[in-house]
Design a binder for this molecule. Structure first.
Ligand code: MLT
Length: 267
């Protein structure tokens, strides 16, 4: 999971990094989870190019992208505006928009604030609902940990629950090391404050692929099934043997579901 052929752009006053496979194919934009980077999409970039133009940005403060100017005031709408500005910069849209976990929260925010930018949607290992009070309180103590300079301790506790097995732990932990303290603070703030997207699902008219690792304990299959029931044009793909990072743990099954969906929406 290295950063591939990346490029930088000035997006809303900050330096933003993304991997862009280039070419003339239909565009697929993939948004990573927390506290990760576009490096987690390396397998999908390779599997989908050159048939598809795959764009995988580092969200603000992750990977090689600058952090937001006001981390404590960050919202999902800010990330959505960054995605919209990046697409405008690249001259792309409407695109197939996909996100895993926090990337899914951002994708739903793009649908809310910039609905014309998505012609199809991929929601992987994510949920439409807001944080419970317990989860929000946990994020507040994680923010205190970051402010106290204990980022490494926090990341050490975050990595295990993302994966069903031990195989990818060290690689994923390495990716986490590229997150800036400001980026982590901002994402925790935005996740805590994110609105409930559940009532919006019924109005999402674009074809949607919902993907979930069979062993995902963070956004389990039951949550994915409920999303599919509420979305007018959704189908479900359950990735066997995978936890929350289903694209990393079982890339063959994840990519097969993705390719089948993309071929259908391209046709
Ligand atoms: C993620 O993978 O993006 C996180 O698990 C999202 C969250 O903490 O809600």
């Amino acid at each position: 999971m290295q950063h591939g052929a990346g490029s930088f752009a000035e997006i809303r006053g900050r330096r933003a990094h993304c991997v862009d496979s280039g070419g003339d194919g239909p565009a697929v934009v993939l948004l990573h989870g927390f506290p990760l980077s576009c490096a987690t999409w390396a397998g999908q970039v390779e599997a989908l190019a050159p048939r598809w133009r795959v764009v995988a940005p580092d969200l603000a403060g992750f990977g090689l992208s600058d952090p937001p100017g006001d981390p404590e005031g960050q919202s999902m709408a800010d990330y959505a505006d960054d995605v919209a500005a990046l697409l405008a910069h690249l001259g792309l849209g409407p695109v197939v928009l996909g996100g895993l976990s926090m990337g899914g929260y951002v994708s739903l925010a793009v649908l809310r604030h910039h609905p014309s930018l998505a012609r199809a949607l991929i929601l992987a290992d994510t949920r439409p609902g807001p944080d419970t009070p317990e989860v929000a309180a946990r994020r507040t103590s994680q923010q205190a940990q970051v402010r106290a300079g204990r980022v490494d301790d926090l990341l050490d506790t975050l990595v295990g629950p993302l994966l069903a097995g031990p195989e990818h732990i060290s690689r994923v932990r390495e990716v986490m090391a590229s997150a800036s303290p400001e980026g982590i603070l901002a994402a925790l703030e935005a996740m805590k404050a994110r609105p409930d997207a559940t009532p919006e699902l019924a109005a999402i008219s674009v074809p949607t692929l919902v993907v979930v690792g069979a062993l995902d304990t963070m956004s389990p299959p039951a949550v994915a099934q409920d999303m599919v029931a509420r979305l007018p044009r959704a189908r479900l793909a359950v990735v066997p043997g995978a936890g929350h990072l289903s694209n990393v743990e079982s890339p063959e099954a994840f990519d097969a579901a993705l390719v089948a969906f993309l071929e259908e929406v391209a046709g």
